[in-house]
Ligand binder design. Structure first.
Ligand SMILES: C[S@@+](CC[C@H](N)C(=O)[O-])C[C@H]1O[C@@H](n2cnc3c(N)ncnc32)[C@H](O)[C@@H]1O
Length: 245
């Protein structure tokens, strides 16, 4: 499998530093985790370590893994700088049991990570692998920005616009896949450069998750449309899935 983040990883945090997570995402995770007595959490698509940092600050015992070695290198530096010593593993989330002997109270796979897999076969492999690494009644949390509503928005989005740097998303989709062309434009005298990364996501909406999660053996599937726990609907900006192993 190709690592789409091999080069992108080193500029990924131009979205905002790992300290700049949304407070309501933190409140949401703390609420559902405290309701279920969660102590040990695996972030199985940890990227540059943003949620590892957030969850560690909230007092959970956190492990991180990701497919991309580059993302893990950036995560490791980010966490080291903030004096957090967190175990990080290079691991494809379709095969978590290859790197993790232990099981967790919760596994998170956040910010449109699962849809990097394109076939039902791979998606089920990943969801079963996550279920297999969860304790009985353990929680799986998946989040994404792709929703019925966001798919209907204009195809060009300026995501970052600073005097020295701009990040633009150009999006296109058909019924099954969404492609995000990420255009990074560095426009200062110190760095004058542009890069393009093309990420293809399988479009997974409410019914797809319900069906896949039930086939993988999960129960109590809840789908929210925001971090205030409002239900998902046709106007939602986010799709947040919580399911029990
Ligand atoms: C959009 S980034 C999100 C990163 C992080 N979760 C966040 O919220 O910032 C998607 C991440 O999923 C990881 N990923 C994609 N496919 C994967 C796989 N099969 N196994 C593990 N990680 C994967 C990528 O390497 C990347 O770090």
């Amino acid at each position: 499998m190709k690592d789409l983040y091999e080069k992108f990883a080193y500029d990924y945090d131009e979205f905002g530093s790992i300290d700049e997570y949304l407070g309501d995402e933190k409140t949401f995770l703390n609420k559902i985790f405290s309701e279920h007595g969660v102590k040990n959490v695996l972030d199985c698509a940890c990227g540059t370590g943003q949620h590892i940092y957030m969850l560690s600050q909230s007092g959970y015992n956190v492990w991180g893994s990701d497919y991309s070695k580059s993302m893990l290198e950036v995560a490791s530096k980010n966490l080291e700088k903030r004096n957090y010593d967190i175990p990080l593993n290079q691991c494809d989330f379709r095969f978590l049991e290859q790197k993790f002997d232990m099981t967790f109270d919760a596994i998170v796979c956040l910010t449109t990570a699962l849809p990097h897999l394109h076939t039902d076969e791979d998606l089920l492999l990943a969801l079963r692998s996550m279920k297999n690494r969860l304790n009985k009644n353990g929680l799986l949390v998946l989040t994404q920005g792709t929703t019925q509503f966001t798919l209907s928005l204009p195809s060009i989005e300026v995501v970052v616009n600073r005097p020295d740097f701009s990040r633009v998303f150009v999006k296109e989709h058909n019924d099954e896949f969404q492609t995000i062309h990420v255009l990074d434009l560095f426009h200062s005298t110190e760095r004058l450069e542009n890069n393009q990364y093309d990420i293809v996501y399988r479009i997974l909406l409410e019914e797809d998750y319900k069906s896949l999660l039930s086939q993988a053996g999960f129960t109590n599937v809840q789908i929210y449309g925001d971090y205030n726990m409002n239900g998902y609907n046709e106007n939602s900006w986010r799709l947040i899935v919580v399911a029990k192993a």
